[in-house]
Design a protein around this ligand. Sequence first.
Ligand code: GRF
Length: 220
Amino acid sequence: MPRKNIVILISGRGSNMEAIVRAAREQDWDSACNARIAAVISNRPGAAGLAIAAQHGIATAELDHRSFADRAAFDAALAQLIDGYEPTLVVLAGFMRVLTPGFVMHYEGRMVNIHPSLLPAFTGLHTHERALEAGVKLHGATVHYVTAELDHGPIVAQAAVPVLPGDTPDDLAARVLAQEHRMYPAAVRRIVDGRVVLDDGVAVHRDGAPSVFLGDFASH
Ligand code: GRF
């Protein structure tokens, strides 16, 4: 059986990428599900996550979007770079670029993203500030397949945390991020294992395993 290659795209610190890399190593995805992290690619040269990936012995690449004439030219070069690794799954982990419809279509059903809100609430940026402003009592993060519409697409898993009195956006971001680090590796593994399938635009977990991750509600 051909090996399942995972390509991770980042733009910054890469903590979700690192969580996936650690899980892959600790759970020996290579033997357990014939999968490996083939490469980590950043659109920002010098992104902190690249050094982390390199420390783990993973191939890294930089593709600076500023050196391309337009979005389409960047996306075409990015797709060529990604496809060199023959990916089963493309994982967006803090990849801060709006993608062209052609790019999204090329990876339809094999590209996922993590967004720091309980979608469909708070698409876009500054989700933690906006959650506090809205006064929601429950916040979190979502792993979803990528479709042409920003921060939409079939939901694979969601992680929920309480919003606590006196929270700052940073407090809330940290509480959500801790759950992202649990959820994203688990979701990626389930997908490469073939345990998540897309059925008429809905992500279905074939073995009925939970797709909900809960933070610590005990103190609430
Ligand atoms: C995370 O909050 C993720 O949900 C969002 O961007 C942030 C990336 O953080 N898409 P990191 O680079 O994985 O540390």
